[in-house]
Design a protein around this ligand. Structure first.
Ligand code: NAD
Length: 516
């Protein structure tokens, strides 16, 4: 990526490069005069300035996508699929470059970044089968000599607005399917992690995607509002925090768009007394502290049922204390939080947890972090793994989505109390049950009001050919991402009724047509 930074669209006048938008198959320099800083969270260094689009710049990017739509819509499925396969091959060959960009801007460790790219790639592979996925149906002789068939057609320009925590995977939940189905895309990545989207844009070009089919609009609320209100944008796929998801859903639908807006989460992991406690402790640590807890599927509340809590908490504490936190490029287990503000927010939650009376078993505010501070900065944005026990459900560490490496253990007496807790929670993204009792598992998956369930699987992210999405405040709209629901979201149905033979002239008849 460094080699691409001194481009005509960027500026190299200071040592920190300025990034660009991507529209019509080329880099476009920002002209609004507004920028934000992109940082390396492991060192605190500012690594790029990002142009934040004005409403006029956003309109120009949307116009580039609109111009490209008719040609792409009419490109044969065979040609579209060939380009998707080429994109897949290029991404397979260069996945490491993308993973490095993710670590540099998000902070997650290298193996986690590689995993993110791999899960995104699975959606590209799913979208390579688009010819099968958009097949319509046909009925011969629905009425005498009358045939009926249905097709699914692309929407037009589709908007994707993504969060910081998966700079590549979350956009890839949507754009492979959207593009394969014949739409043109404007992606507004998180301003904290913009380089992955720009890298992907250049990869699409190399794969032979026509100019204007995939565009990147960098910016903040101004860019988002432009997407939500522009009549040429036909749909919005949003992923981010719940308040913004609600706003995006309400504004986008008020402007006549179909909207899927995936929001925040508070995921519970229930451990029943019969569970393998070593397995449960390993998975609680993996799911609680992986990506420093900055995953919408992270486990942040562990519900210990019955008398296992003392043993389980001790096992989790041992494992949490053995983790090495530091620069994601150095083979550490856990990286930094994304920004200094996130570090401050998470530390504040730990303070509040202590004040609430919960037992702080492992304190992530202190400790050694394996990283170098950038000159002139305060260093990386680290908080170590943090474990609370005896957490009350009124405490903010339980009620709020912390989005950091803070795991709260809540103790209950029965399975039913555990399910009641989950069902009373306003979020419903993911949940997991650890047990050796098949009957309990069967009951749990049936009763729990959550969109994605893991049985002895702590982070139950569905495969690309199933759909990803939560319930309640974790999703606004009714369509999940990718899988057949994704194909449905990015296409609209049309039904054609045809008569060629014996057009039975019965003269004028103004009655409603009936079938015979
Ligand atoms: P965020 O809501 O702050 O930002 C998401 C996007 O919205 C970004 O592109 C941002 O630029 C834009 N945005 C921010 N403020 C805005 C405003 N006032 N008006 C219009 N647009 C605005 O979320 P984030 O901090 O980037 O990501 C973390 C959140 O995303 C967490 O809540 C996490 O649970 C959630 N998330 C959910 C899923 C899911 O599948 N449900 C997946 C990943 C992340």
């Amino acid at each position: 990526m460094t080699s691409t930074l001194n481009s005509p669209a960027g500026t190299a006048s200071d040592t920190v490069p300025t990034l660009w938008h991507w529209a019509g198959g080329t880099r476009v320099k920002g002209t609004s005069g507004r920028t934000s800083d992109v940082t390396n969270p492991a060192s605190g260094a500012v690594t790029a300035h990002l142009p934040l689009a004005s409403a006029d710049e956003a309109a120009a990017v949307i116009a580039a996508a609109k111009t490209a739509f008719p040609g792409w819509r009419d490109t044969s499925l065979s040609r579209r699929t060939t380009i998707l396969f080429r994109f897949r091959e290029l991404l397979n060959a260069r996945a490491g470059e993308l993973a490095e960009l993710i670590t540099a801007e998000h902070g997650k460790v290298a193996s986690d970044a590689a995993g993110e790219v791999a899960r995104g790639q699975e959606v590209v592979e799913f979208a390579c089968g688009i010819a099968h996925l958009v097949k319509g149906s046909a009925t011969e002789n629905a009425s005498t000599n009358v045939d009926v068939h249905s097709v699914r057609q692309p929407l037009g320009v589709v908007g994707i607005i993504s969060p910081f925590n998966f700079p590549a995977m979350v956009p890839m939940w949507f754009f492979p399917v959207a593009i394969a189905a014949g739409n043109t895309v404007v992606l507004k990545p998180s301003e904290k992690v913009p380089s992955s989207a720009l890298w992907i844009a250049e990869l699409w070009k190399e794969a032979g995607l026509p100019d204007g089919v995939f565009n990147v609009l960098n910016g903040d609320k101004t860019a988002v509002d432009a997407l939500l209100t522009n009549p040429d944008v036909k749909s919005i796929s949003f992923v981010g925090s719940t308040p913004i998801a609600r706003y995006v859903y309400e504004t986008g639908t008020a402007h006549g768009k179909r909207v899927q807006a995936l929001g925040g989460a508070k995921n519970h992991m229930v451990v029943l007394p019969d569970a393998d406690l070593d397995l449960a402790a390993d998975q609680a640590v993996n799911a609680g502290f992986g990506s420093a807890g900055e995953r919408c599927m992270a486990i942040s509340a562990l519900v210990a049922v019955g008398d296992i809590a003392d043993t389980l908490v001790a096992k989790i504490a041992d494992r949490a204390e053995s983790l090495r936190t530091g620069d994601g490029c150095r083979g550490c287990d856990m990286g930094p939080l994304v920004t200094a503000a996130a570090q401050k927010r998470v530390s504040g939650y730990i303070d509040a947890g202590v004040a609430s009376g919960a037992t702080l078993v492992v304190d992530g505010r202190t400790g050694e972090f394996d990283a170098d501070a950038a000159p002139g900065s305060d260093g990386g944005f680290f908080v170590g793994p943090t474990l609370f026990d005896h957490v009350e459900t009124e405490a903010s560490i339980y009620t709020d989505e912390i989005f950091g490496p803070v795991l709260s253990v809540v103790r209950v007496d029965t399975y039913s109390q555990a399910v009641e807790l989950i069902n009373a929670n306003p979020y419903g993204n993911g949940t997991a049950l650890f047990t050796n009792d098949g009957g309990a598992a069967r009951r749990f998956q049936n009763e729990v009001e959550v969109g994605m369930i893991g049985i002895n699987v702590p982070v139950p992210v569905p495969m690309a050919y199933y759909s990803f999405g939560g319930w309640k405040n974790s999703l606004f709209g009714d369509t999940h991402a990718h899988g057949t629901e994704g194909v449905h979201f990015f296409t609209r149905g049309k039904v054609v009724t045809t008569r060629w033979l014996d057009p039975s002239h019965a003269g004028l008849n103004l009655g409603f047509p009936t079938n015979a």
